[in-house]
Design a protein around this ligand. Structure first.
Ligand code: SF4
Length: 282
């Protein structure tokens, strides 16, 4: 895999002033076609030429050196690190990306800095075994459908959905904190699906986050899209409330669930307040 050199690695993002993000890869072989916002931005700024260029990722060759110097400079102003919202940390089939990701996580955790991660790849089992210092890590996957035809069309290079889900369940069973991003939740013109089945499949996680589709020219050609998303948000809210799952929903649904709501668990502090919308939907 090709490498690039960067001047900085960590940048501010997240809920707190001590939350930071990093992307140690440029490009992403998953090549999502919702489209991927990270790709659109990188193309606009000239960092990648086109889609073919985007799906040939390049490692940030000096990522570990940058991390060392930036961790020292930031000291205790570095609270939590979000990985990664403009690439994928466990890019499907890439041992090089996986190895660098694990080294970065180990370095952060060894200094007591927890990570919140998101992938459309497969979590290696060693994440559960080796990240002993990372009990405060939050491991997430993006899973917006259970339909493999949808996955092949819109997430062509990403891991098969069942494998992605099984790897996250493994971490959950080992006692890790897990979450799922349902963003960008696909409208019916992309895939018709029963949201309850999707929620049942991910019901073991500690937190569910959702967001709408963006930057897709088709979106507002379809009537009732706002109502569709209100229904989606309400369904997720009701489901999470009922099953005691923490949630991150863009708007508070107008209707109250019929049942008495249970107390919402403390959120996992997902990266919902990033400086710009991210490719991976958080
Ligand atoms: S949406 Fe995420 S996983 Fe998909 S191509 Fe963009 S960065 Fe990669």
């Amino acid at each position: 895999m090709q490498t690039i050199t960067r001047k900085t690695l960590l940048y501010r993002g997240g809920f707190k002033s001590t939350d930071f993000c990093l992307n140690h890869v440029e490009g992403c072989s998953h090549g999502c076609k919702y489209p991927c916002y990270a790709f659109l931005i990188k193309q606009r700024h000239g960092a990648v030429k086109d889609y073919a260029d985007w799906i040939k990722p390049k490692l940030v060759g000096n990522a570990l050196d940058l991390l060392d110097s930036e961790m020292s400079r930031l000291g205790n102003r570095l609270g939590r690190v979000y990985m990664s919202f403009a690439t994928d940390i466990f890019m499907y089939g890439s041992g090089e990306v996986r190895d660098l990701t694990l080294r970065i996580m180990a370095k952060l955790n060894s200094r007591g800095i927890p990570c919140t991660t998101l992938t459309k790849g497969i979590y290696p089992k060693e994440v559960a075994e080796k990240q002993g210092a990372g009990k405060e890590n939050h491991y997430g996957i993006t899973l917006v459908s259970l339909d493999e035809d949808f996955r092949r069309k819109y997430e062509p290079g990403a891991a098969p959905l069942a494998d992605r889900l099984a790897a996250l369940k493994y971490l959950h069973d080992k006692g890790c904190k897990t979450w799922v991003s349902l963003e960008p939740y696909p409208p019916e013109f992309m895939v018709k699906q029963d949201i309850t089945k999707l929620l049942d499949a991910v019901s073991f996680v500690d937190e569910i986050a959702v967001g709408k589709l963006n930057y897709n020219n088709e979106l507002y050609r379809h009537k009732g899209i706002n109502e569709f998303y209100k229904h989606v948000y309400f369904s997720i809210w009701r489901y999470c409330d009922k099953n005691n799952i923490s949630y991150a929903i863009p708007i508070v649904p107008e209707k109250k669930p019929a049942e008495e709501p249970v107390k919402k668990p403390a959120p996992l502090q997902l990266a919902l307040n990033l400086p710009e919308p991210a490719g991976c939907g958080v």
